[in-house]
Design a binder for this molecule. Structure first.
Ligand code: NAP
Length: 273
C-alpha cells in the first residue's frame, strides 16, 4: 500500500524494450495497476502486453510523449543510443527517465549529458533473471536521483539499493555481473575437469556446492533463468574495456567461442551429463 501511495500521482508510464526481461517487468507493473504505454522495436512482442491492458505505441517518441516516467530495458549501449535519439526530443519537462538496461556507466553518463531541461535520468540496472523479473524479486542498483514516484515503481520490481550519483548503479552492476559470469565459467570448467578425471558428476557438483562457489554452482544449474550468452559477453566486454582484466578476457573468449550458444542461457556453458 505504501509503494502505491508514492506513485498514485503518475498518470502515464512508458516502458520501452520488451525482450526477455522487459516483457515480464512491464507485465508485473501492469498487474500492479500502473498506467502503462509500451513500445518494442519488434512490434509483435508488445501485443501480449496490449492484450493485458497496456496502451501500444508505434514509436519511442509516441510512447514517451506526456509520460511522467519512462522505463527502458534494452540490450546494450547501441540500443540505448538508438532509442535515445527518438526519445530525448519528445520528453516533457518534469519527466523521469529510468534506464534498467546493463549498458555500463559511460553510456549512462553520456546520456545524462544530453537530457533536456527539467528531465532527470536514473540508472537502475538489475540483478536477477526473467523469473525474478516476473515475480518482482529483482535486485535494483540505483544511480542518480530517486524521487518518490521513481522509488515507488522500482520497489515494485524488487529490492532497491542506492549506489551514488548517476552511473554508479551501472558501475556496480558491471562488477557484480562479471563476478557471476566469471564464477559460472570457472564452475563449468571445473565440472569438465571432474569428467576428465573420471569423477561422478553428482559427487563433483555436490561437493563444489559446499564451498565458496556455492552461488555460482546454483547459477550453473539454474532452471528459471534466461541470460543469453551473447549478453554475458557484452557485459564482460564493457568491463574489459575499462580495466586490464586478463581472467575476464579469457572468459570472454570462452563466451564467444561457440556462436551457436549465443542465445542460450549462461548455464549452457556447463558440460553435458
Ligand atoms: P533481450 O531479450 O535480447 O531484449 C533486448 C531488447 O532490446 C529487446 O526489446 C530488443 O528489441 C531491444 N533492442 C535491441 N537492439 C535494439 C535497437 N537497436 N533499437 C531498439 N531496441 C533494441 O535481452 P534481455 O534479456 O531482455 O536483457 C535486456 C537487458 O537487461 C540487457 O542489457 C541485459 O544484459 C540485461 N539483463 C538481462 C538479464 C537476463 O537474465 N536476461 C538479467 C539482468 C539484466 P527486439 O525485440 O526488437 O529485438
Amino acid at each position: 500500500m505504501e509503494k502505491m501511495d508514492k506513485i498514485e500521482k503518475i498518470e502515464k508510464i512508458a516502458f520501452l524494450g520488451l525482450g526477455g526481461m522487459g516483457a515480464p517487468m512491464a507485465r508485473h507493473l501492469l498487474a500492479s495497476g500502473l498506467p502503462l504505454t509500451v513500445w518494442n522495436r519488434t512490434a509483435a512482442k508488445a501485443r501480449p502486453l496490449a492484450e493485458a491492458g497496456a496502451v501500444l505505441a508505434a514509436t519511442p517518441a509516441e510512447a514517451v510523449r506526456d509520460a511522467d516516467l519512462v522505463l527502458t530495458m534494452l540490450a546494450d549501449p547501441e540500443a540505448l543510443l538508438a532509442v535515445a535519439a527518438d526519445v530525448l526530443p519528445a520528453l516533457r519537462p518534469g519527466a523521469h527517465w529510468v534506464d534498467t538496461s546493463t549498458v555500463g556507466p559511460d553510456a549512462v553518463r553520456a546520456l545524462a549529458a544530453r537530457l533536456p531541461d527539467g528531465v532527470t535520468l536514473t540508472d537502475a540496472p538489475v540483478m536477477g533473471s526473467v523469473d525474478r523479473a516476473a515475480s518482482g524479486d529483482l535486485w535494483v542498483l540505483v544511480g542518480g536521483p530517486l524521487p518518490g514516484p521513481v522509488a515507488g515503481v522500482l520497489e515494485l520490481l524488487g529490492k532497491v539499493t542506492g549506489c551514488g550519483p548517476v552511473g554508479s548503479g551501472s558501475a556496480l552492476k558491471l562488477v557484480l555481473i562479471n563476478a557471476v559470469i566469471g564464477g559460472v565459467a570457472v564452475v563449468a570448467e571445473t565440472l569438465r575437469l571432474g569428467q576428465a578425471l573420471g569423477l561422478p558428476a553428482g559427487l563433483v557438483r555436490a561437493e563444489l556446492a559446499k564451498g565458496p562457489l556455492a552461488g555460482a554452482v546454483g547459477r550453473v544449474f539454474a532452471e528459471g533463468s534466461h541470460f543469453p550468452v551473447a549478453l554475458a559477453a557484452k557485459d564482460v566486454s564493457l568491463a574489459t574495456d575499462r580495466a586490464p582484466l586478463p581472467v575476464l578476457e579469457s572468459v570472454r573468449a570462452v563466451l564467444t567461442a561457440r556462436p551457436e550458444l549465443a542465445e542460450s542461457d549462461l548455464s549452457s556453458l556447463r558440460p553435458a551429463g
